[in-house]
Design a protein around this ligand. Structure first.
Ligand code: SAM
Length: 286
């Protein structure tokens, strides 16, 4: 038997800038297409269930996505006194939307996703993430989130969650001060912005600290960073950065404002504050 025949078939994402990669053993390619915006692949893996890959980058698997989706949503919702109007930019797999809709305070949750095919394929291959798509509070708009926020009514949104791809291509403008200024304008007085901000190990200065500075420079009163494990993203460790329009992190971030009476698999009342505690190398001011 040749050496190749013994090796499992891997989907491997290489992070060339860091000289590292993450590989998942795959059983088969279930779907592949070039949408108007990106190359979409769906695999069945041996241990992580279905895997979605956009332009060669791992987005999510059925096994671990709950960590990311819960941490992108629940800490922000439990930090807001009345999270009624929520807008998700990106998030086409509908996982964040589903978590947001677990909160009875939410009146409307609009998912603004560029690529309709990501949502259609998620309904087919990740049906467990799309269980709330028929909730009467859920809304779907397929188009550019940058333009949507620019056109949004002033003081109309309580929480903006930016669940986007990496800051390249159509997502690049989601990491800009112009976009943050438009988000600040669209948010109500107690408004909160949450954005996925990549790996604490690889992007602490280039993305996370820059995002905090840019949010403050765009009018946000205070910011904080939460970190959490992310087994299938570069370095296995991920972050989201939070901007508070009026409030500040010491009052809003340490404890949930309401009892945590929703079903979760990662987020807990204790992790609400604990996930804001940063390692020494991230505490140095820039
Ligand atoms: N959890 C993932 C991560 O951090 O890698 C993100 C998953 S979600 C599927 C990312 C989505 O952002 C993609 O479906 C992509 O189409 C969408 N997206 C990228 N740029 C966008 C934009 N300007 N407006 C709206 N959606 C955008």
């Amino acid at each position: 038997m040749s050496k190749d025949a013994l090796e499992p078939s891997l989907f491997n994402e290489l992070f060339a800038a860091e000289g590292a990669s993450i590989g998942l053993q795959v059983k088969e390619l279930l779907h592949k297409e070039q949408s108007p915006y990106q190359n979409i692949e769906i695999y069945d893996t041996t241990h992580f269930g279905h895997l979605m890959v956009l332009d060669g980058c791992i987005m999510l698997t059925q096994r671990e996505n709950f960590i990311y989706h819960e941490m992108m949503s629940h800490p922000a919702l439990f930090s807001h006194p009345a999270p009624q109007k929520v807008v998700i930019i990106g998030g086409g797999d509908c996982g964040t939307l589903q978590e947001v809709l677990k909160h009875p305070e939410v009146e409307t949750a609009l998912q603004v996703e560029l690529d309709q095919r990501v949502t259609e394929l998620s309904e087919q291959y990740f049906p467990e993430l799309c269980q709330s798509n028929n909730d009467s509070r859920a809304g779907f708009y397929f188009g550019d989130g940058i333009q949507w926020i620019k056109d949004a009514k002033e003081h109309s949104v309580d929480i903006i969650i930016i669940d986007s791809t990496d800051p390249v291509g159509p997502a690049e403008g989601l990491f800009s001060t112009d976009f943050y200024r438009d988000c600040h304008r669209a948010l109500k007085t107690n408004g909160i912005l949450v954005q996925q901000s990549e790996s604490p190990l690889f992007h602490s200065d280039s993305i996370i600290k820059k995002m905090q500075n840019d949010l403050c420079g765009s009018g946000f009163n205070d910011t904080l960073v939460r970190t959490f494990p992310q087994p299938v993203y570069p370095s296995g460790w991920w972050s989201c950065t939070v901007g508070f329009k009026a409030g500040n992190k010491s009052t809003q971030a340490q404890n949930p404002l309401r009892p945590v009476n929703i079903e979760t698999r990662y987020y807990t009342e204790e992790l609400h504050g604990a996930s804001t505690k940063l390692p020494a190398f991230m505490l140095t001011k820039k």
